[in-house]
Design a protein around this ligand. Sequence first.
Ligand SMILES: Cc1cc2nc3c(=O)[nH]c(=O)nc-3n(C[C@H](O)[C@H](O)[C@H](O)COP(=O)(O)OP(=O)(O)OC[C@H]3O[C@@H](n4cnc5c(N)ncnc54)[C@H](O)[C@@H]3O)c2cc1C
Length: 490
Amino acid sequence: MAYDAIIIGAGLAGLTSALLLARNGRKVLVVEQHHSPAPVVSGFERQGIYFDSGFHYAGGLGADGPLLPMLRYLGLADKLQLFPYDPTGFDSLRFADSGEEYCLPVGFANICNYLVEKFPAAATEIGIYLNEVASTWRNTPYLDLDVDFADFSMASVHGSSLQQRLEVFSPWPQLQSLLSMHCLLYGVAPDKAPLSLNAQVAGSYYHSAHGIVGGGRQLIKALLQLIGEAGVELQCNAEVVSIRAEKGTAAGVRLASGEEIFAPQVIATVNPVLLPELLPDAGLRPAYLKRLKKLRQTSSAYIVFGRSKQPLEFLRRRNMFVQPAADIFSGIESPLEQRPFYLAGADQDGNGTVTGLIGIVPAHYSEVESWGFAGKKRTEQYRSWKKEMTDRLVQMLRNNCPELSQLELLDLATPLTLRDYSRAPQGGIYGVARELGQYNPLPVTRLPGLFLAGQAVTVCGLMGTMVSSCLVCGSILGHEFLRGELKKWS
Ligand SMILES: Cc1cc2nc3c(=O)[nH]c(=O)nc-3n(C[C@H](O)[C@H](O)[C@H](O)COP(=O)(O)OP(=O)(O)OC[C@H]3O[C@@H](n4cnc5c(N)ncnc54)[C@H](O)[C@@H]3O)c2cc1C
């Protein structure tokens, strides 16, 4: 079979890229190392409750939202039912020491009014700051379908850190917390996070916050159905061990099984740190490969999947961030019990009773490194350590949230789980860290025919991965053509 393009990885970026190309007449093969597609986002069931694993909510899907033309063009809009998060408070923040709680409403103007009411002395600065976020968060190709590519540089991340920008709010540590809490959703601490990165992620949620009925599982089901209809082939249990290059251009891939598959275009959605190993003879500059190898990763996490006998009303159509005390968010280096964390309900449609809980507590890979043997087999010692960790985490959640007094743990993902499911180096929860000063991998590489898509190229999440797919497929199909197609659905 002759393919026009082979895509490595069947995550959100791989499936979206496949659909974009196939819709435009390309013959596409997607290869995925895991036994099933989208291991990060597909979710799983325990004791009758569906738990999302890599998708809880998305920003930018409200009226005028920049993701809507993409969903419509891809055919996803007809297959997904969105439900809005609580407009009066989609993300709440609790301080463990005081029990004090804040709740951000949906929409820039509502957030501004709410914050000004809570912190009247900071009114002017709040207005200036939110205006900055509102005017920058979607200022990127394919979120803004008119932005000039020439004005847009992705190669490295410059500018101020979020922490520096929030210094102006230092008399109001609660406000600093509220404006920095979304760093837990991209895995970079505020002192290293570019202001633009925080604006992209937090700004999309300030604009609007939606869940998908059926969660990540439904999103993947819809994508699989659409790529099937478009004629894309998908192979799972198909690990790529090298990317072939011939006469200075990409030529295909070699699988762990020894099979070689040929195509003039290869799109890699793997973590770019893994790329140099896959490109032994491609003739790429050693300096480029070294840069890729040295890319720092986002923090990892312990992910608690639990169930409560008592309904978790406080997590219906909203998430909760918990911080030990008001301050700019930090603390991954702190002892476990003093770290901030994030809670989401296992909420399938925003209407039912929520009894399932997903808790994400930042972690460092070094905490599990001694268990980090190659392969997925776990030892008895690891299992007993995990049991102990489970008890500590449940206790920590209960101590901070009385609503969780009836919490029972059903499963726990550790940095090793993240590493093994999707080949995330060091269990990085959101892939490569888009830290200040760090090189950003670009969608078009120096090897003609080899492209990079996925969260490392743009930003993590549904929005970032879809934009990355447009950047790559636009490079292949023509940006003006693809933007023109998307504009028809604006
Ligand atoms: C706990 C958690 C919660 C999240 N919550 C949200 C949320 O609420 N909203 C949101 O928008 N985003 C959320 N995200 C982020 C979002 O899930 C990711 O940004 C997105 O799934 C990344 O997609 P990707 O295609 O770039 O990467 P991946 O999903 O990692 O895809 C890469 C694929 O490549 C495969 N692969 C790797 N190496 C090889 C190889 N050699 N050969 C073949 N295949 C290979 C991997 O198995 C993987 O399937 C969350 C993520 C996590 C982990």
